[in-house]
Design a protein around this ligand. Sequence first.
Ligand SMILES: Nc1nc2c(ncn2[C@@H]2O[C@H](COP(=O)(O)OP(=O)(O)OP(=O)(O)O)[C@@H](O)[C@H]2O)c(=O)[nH]1
Ligand SMILES: [Mg+2]
Length: 374
Amino acid sequence: MVFWRSKKKSDDSPPAQPSGPAQQEPSTARDSPATESTAPDQGPAAANPQAAPPKAAPSAAAPPAAAAESSAGLFGRFRSGLEKTRRALNTDIRDLFKEEGRLVDDEFLGELFAKLIRTDMGAGPAEELRDDVAKRYRGRKVGLAEVLESITAQTQAMLQQDAAPLNLPGKPSVILVVGVNGSGKTTSIGKLSHFLTSHGKKIVLGAGDTFRAAAVEQLTIWSERIGCDIVTGKQGADPASVAFQTVDKAIEIGADVAIIDTAGRLQTQSNLMQELDKIRRVVGKKVEDAPHEVLLVLDATAGQNAISQAKGFSDAAGCTGIILAKLDGSARGGVILPIRRQFELPVKFVGLGESIEDIAEFDADSFATALFAD
Ligand SMILES: Nc1nc2c(ncn2[C@@H]2O[C@H](COP(=O)(O)OP(=O)(O)OP(=O)(O)O)[C@@H](O)[C@H]2O)c(=O)[nH]1
Ligand SMILES: [Mg+2]
């Protein structure tokens, strides 16, 4: 049994800070769903033991996020979110130009390749960028601006994807959010909900991570910040049941979007992958074609290997798009290049920090420009 929670707008005070480091419980230990449920702890000040809460005290009145944003606005947000990568790249590439102008020869091209690869973009993309510079300028003396222009244009081309707005076909549309442990799912749901709310959408959240009580508390805190309804189940409850009730609630109150959180899992955990299937099935029975989006949250700081492993996950879970979280967290923002290459999925949003507004719709041109901007 699950229950829902009525909308209750938070005050502007930030929630309690986490009391300790995030604890990732082994998902494999989870196999006996409890069926009984009780009312959730209504205390808004419940500590959020998983995620660091937003840096600034968020409020429902925060300014709208990116959808209506100009490319200049998006560029600015990417630019500051990518600061660590940008700084490292800029310093590195500028270092190549200690003298005024550099001859584009094998030595220069080798150095350029080494700098690019440090952003975690991988050998393939770094080779392409290097080869493009070679094709244009080999044997000539070039300045920094020319090289940056060339690299930026080539990166823009590599990041292009078909327009990928969220598929929200009807009322309610259902979004399922999946990924490995700690990738940023719950935080991304909070930010995405704020994004959608500030664009006039009525949201219901579903706390489908019933494995840890802390996960429910974490999402509950987000719902209070945003001022949206949340459906929760008792710890150990069947996540599919929570998902079903969430969609039910969305229908009942005329919500536009139901967003369902899930516990972190690995593709190899077949019981947990089946659990995702069950969630998909039950919401599909309730609303035609639901879930309309299955968003895979990837952690940009996890490194290329970890991200490659998520490829199988995305296939197994029928993902429809990617949220690339924590781009602000490291100097490895170049990882977006192999992601665009390896996944046949569009990057729909990027996470640029822990605050409520720190999410933006992905745009290849603004992103690439920001990556190499001064
Ligand atoms: N800097 C930064 N931190 C983020 C971002 N997104 C999430 N985080 C942090 O990453 C940590 C994990 O985030 P969660 O949202 O709890 O991740 P999760 O995938 O729900 O984790 P599980 O439910 O345990 O699988 C928290 O400390 C978040 O604050 C982001 O875009 N930038
Ligand atoms: Mg979570």
